[in-house]
Design a protein around this ligand. Structure first.
Ligand SMILES: C[S@@+](CC[C@H](N)C(=O)[O-])C[C@H]1O[C@@H](n2cnc3c(N)ncnc32)[C@H](O)[C@@H]1O
Length: 395
């Protein structure tokens, strides 16, 4: 016999009333089933589909199911694996609570969701890690979203940037240890949008055992961030006032983040990361002035005689030197685009992961030396890590 909750689900889906459903409280906690599944309608070229977004501990997968099969899929998932569902429709927010015997209690409240039209509009957009319609508390507190999960018009760029950052983090989570607490430090954290986002993703969503430290020179900004972390109950997110170069309080860190710290402050952060044996480094350099004063090569005169070109070239050369030095030390390095170039030219993110397959490399050191001599440069990172260069590296 079809039960009332099954009839309701079929009605919401066939009647196109469902805006979003979140299935949670899994029965199986052995990693074989997603701890949470979010379902939303999406309009595709060939009609209305429902997107099933499966949230595992360290990945999110998607499956689009055609409308005629979607209700059955939701019902199967609830019967097999979940004890709770929160369903948002135009008419109501409905909570389904399942007993151990599979009996459902149905609780209805006034609706908080968008109209279905608006919701489908959202779903034509790219699926993001921090989805709209789900107001993560830190996004509300930082003024990015309304309580209802709508991104403020002026904060769309920031919202995109946060999501892009989290995507890039998600890609390298496998490099972080899983058998102990992970320590992450964000150097030059500023107002800490991305630090809060990282904590939300790893500690709140993924329930990882982590602690994060944000460090910045500005006492007022640190006071603001500390208060907010307390308000949000983020008890393993701490903020400290200090200079990156002088920060000596850690013996080791698993992940070092440094986003837009000026000029050689980035090098100080990278040097600390290497000395702490960090498995993951995420760095967006900024204001790379150092090599502008040094770079010299007659062959490159057409490039270096124009101030603007010289400035851009010097910034790229700085990051190329940084990336190569990290490779010399055995990091696998990717240069990624962080935010759209039209928003800011500071859009390069150096992502480095320590990998067993990539040991120290003498070949990379030779490449670096040629590059440095060709440009007549002497980058700070090389000096900060002077103890680590060949002859200490074997071929
Ligand atoms: C442009 S903001 C970036 C903030 C944040 N990381 C982001 O990307 O949104 C740069 C921050 O780095 C901090 N900073 C610059 N040099 C620093 C240093 N040597 N030690 C600590 N913080 C530094 C500044 O105070 C500022 O808050």
């Amino acid at each position: 016999m079809t039960e009332q909750w099954q009839q309701e689900i079929t009605k919401w889906i066939t009647g196109k009333e469902l805006l979003q459903a979140t299935l949670s409280q899994p029965k199986r906690k052995d990693g074989t089933a997603a701890p949470k599944t979010i379902i939303r309608p999406i309009e595709m070229k060939n009609g209305l589909f429902y997107q099933f977004e499966y949230h595992f501990a360290n990945k999110v997968t998607h499956d689009n199911v055609a409308e005629p099969q979607a209700a059955e899929r939701v019902i199967d998932l609830l019967q097999e694996n979940y004890r709770q569902a929160l369903v948002k429709t135009n008419e109501a927010d409905v909570q389904l609570l399942f007993s151990k015997k599979g009996k459902a209690a149905i609780l209805k409240k006034p609706p908080t969701g968008d109209s279905s039209k608006a919701n489908l509009q959202h779903n034509r957009q790219k699926q993001r890690i921090l989805s709209e319609n789900q107001a993560a508390p830190f996004l509300v507190e930082l003024g990015i979203m309304t309580q209802e999960g709508l991104v403020h018009a002026k904060k769309q760029d920031k919202y995109r940037q946060i999501n892009r950052f989290l995507e890039m983090v998600t890609d390298v989570l496998a490099y972080l240890p899983t058998d102990r607490e992970i320590t992450i430090i964000d150097f030059g954290c500023g107002k800490s949008y991305l630090t809060f986002a990282l904590y939300h993703l790893l500690a709140v969503e993924q329930k990882r055992n982590i602690n994060i430290i944000g460090l910045d020179l500005k006492a007022d900004v640190i006071a603001f961030c500390s208060e907010l972390a307390e308000k949000l109950g983020y008890d393993k997110l701490k903020f400290l006032v200090g200079d990156i170069a002088e920060y000596e309080e850690l013996q080791a860190a698993d992940m070092v983040v440094t986003l837009h710290a000026c000029d050689t402050a980035t090098d100080a952060a990278l040097a600390k990361a290497v000395n702490w044996g960090a498995s993951v480094i995420m760095s967006v350099p900024c204001c790379q002035h150092e090599l502008f004063k040094q770079v010299k090569n007659d062959v490159l005169s057409p490039l270096l005689s124009q101030g603007l070109l010289k400035e851009r070239f010097s910034a790229l050369a700085t990051d190329a030197a940084r990336g190569t030095l990290l490779e010399v030390l055995g990091y696998k390095v990717s240069m990624l685009e962080f935010v759209d170039p039209e928003h800011t030219p500071k859009n390069l993110l150096i992502r480095a992961v320590r990998s067993e397959q990539h040991g120290p490399s003498m070949k990379k050191w030779e490449e670096y030396e040629q590059f440095r001599q060709f440009l007549n440069i002497s980058p700070s990172l090389e000096h900060m890590l002077s103890e680590r260069w060949p002859n200490r590296i074997s071929k």
